[in-house]
Design a protein around this ligand. Structure first.
Ligand SMILES: *Cc1c(COP(=O)(O)O)cnc(C)c1O
Length: 400
């Protein structure tokens, strides 16, 4: 490691940072980021090993603790997010689990918005209580419910915005104030908005987590996640947890994800422009009883969305008249849009939440979350918008 491009320089605009931020070149001066696919590191002599372990020499020790390629990914994400520190993980779920585990101890309390990615809900509702951390789920769009739920022992508030799959928008700044009124940390899962359109730390959140599996890779290859926050908490709580329990990101995945960051704004902006067009098209269809897109004025929380998001992002949700049967027929008639539970990909993907991602939560919880049998979630990819519109029109014709 000879040069670190970002440390000595002023900050650039995000698109520039996403290409150059965090780059740390080896003695060879390679153009592209180097992939250090290594478990460990060797030392010139025993004294050097001792100095590395006692912290006198801050180099690398073992890739479960830190790795040069993974560190480049973390540094680039830090610059993008405006965070002091970050730790990359093997998946988005490892990041969510890490953020929560590093925030709580037995006897603490957590409040989370009900509309959560299925596995996040499992951690909050099932796992945490098993270890003596009580949890309360609230309607995230109702600030009075957050206020009523926090207690003196509340250690963390957790939310996604927009939510999965109904794309509700939660007022991050207002929930941050409620968290801070009891000394709790607000953790925001920012996957659906992407770092291009929403900056939770500037809105008052304390921690941001991503599944890098989604838009950051954006081409369906690697799982990954990251936790971003302040220097002190990452050093004191997050680093030891990762070091001793091993949810770290593979250097290979970090390398793929670093390259993904270079094209993130291009992809997300193009996908968002197409998503807006498709949302407008679907809103005018008689077979569509409900269309939810955070970039439209008819979104239930349009005012909050305008305040905290720079655009509507790449996801939309809509309800097909005729329940599951019609939703399945529509989905099966699509040719370009693929049936998959993933999102943020270059390929457009459609999901029927009631029978897939939200099958296990049961009918009652689905009703509470407004996940009807006709609801479909659509992740817009990089295809030509005209082809996507024709594909969707063809599927609408098929269910007439
Ligand atoms: C996908 C996703 C996760 C989990 O990420 P993995 O990388 O699949 O573990 C968490 N939160 C949200 C909002 C997601 O979309």
């Amino acid at each position: 490691m000879t040069t670190n491009d970002t440390k000595a320089k002023k900050t650039w605009r995000p698109a520039t940072e996403l290409v150059h931020g965090g780059t740390s070149r080896s003695q060879h001066g390679e153009t592209s980021e180097a992939l250090f696919l290594t478990q460990g590191f060797v030392y010139a002599d025993a004294e050097a090993a001792e100095a590395r372990f006692n912290g006198e020499n801050p180099g690398f020790v073992y890739s479960r603790y830190a790795n040069p390629t993974t560190a480049m990914f973390e540094d680039r994400m830090k610059v993008l997010e405006g965070a002091e520190a970050a730790r990359a993980t093997a998946s988005g779920m490892a990041a969510v689990n890490l953020a929560l585990m590093a925030s709580v101890k037995a006897g603490d309390h957590v409040v989370a918005a009900k509309a959560l990615f299925g596995s996040c809900r499992y951690i909050v509702e099932t796992l945490l209580p098993r270890y003596g951390v009580e949890s309360t789920l609230v309607d995230g769009t109702d600030l009075d419910q957050w206020k009523a739920a926090v207690k003196p022992n509340t250690a963390a508030l957790f939310l996604e915005s927009p939510t999965n799959p109904t794309l509700e928008v939660i007022d991050i700044a207002a929930v941050a104030d409620i968290a801070h009124s009891v000394g709790a940390r607000l953790i925001v899962d920012n996957v659906f908005a992407t770092p291009i359109y929403q900056a939770p730390l500037t809105l008052g959140a304390d921690v941001v987590v991503y599944s890098a599996t989604k838009h950051i890779d954006g081409q369906g290859r690697c799982l990954g996640g990251i936790v971003l926050s302040d220097e002190e908490w990452i050093a004191d709580e997050v680093m030891p947890f990762v070091k001793h329990t091993g949810p770290h990101m593979s250097p290979f995945n970090a390398w793929v994800l670093l390259k993904g960051l270079e094209t993130l704004p291009l992809r997300v902006e193009k996908q968002t422009a197409t998503a807006g067009r498709i949302a407008d098209f679907l809103a005018g269809q008689s077979a569509v009883s409900r269309l939810i897109y955070p970039g439209r004025d008819d979104h239930p929380q349009a005012d909050v969305a305008k305040r905290q998001m720079r655009a509507g992002s790449t996801m939309l949700a809509f309800e097909i008249d005729g329940g599951k049967e019609a939703a399945f027929r529509f989905t099966n008639a699509l040719e370009i849009v693929k049936i998959s539970n993933n999102l943020g990909d270059a390929k457009s993907l459609i999901t029927h939440p009631a029978t897939t991602t939200h099958q296990s939560i049961g009918e009652e919880a689905r009703a509470e979350l407004d996940i009807s049998d006709g609801l479909l979630r659509l992740s817009i990819g990089l295809e030509d918008p005209e082809d996507l519109l024709e594909d969707i029109q063809g599927a609408l014709d098929a269910i007439k």
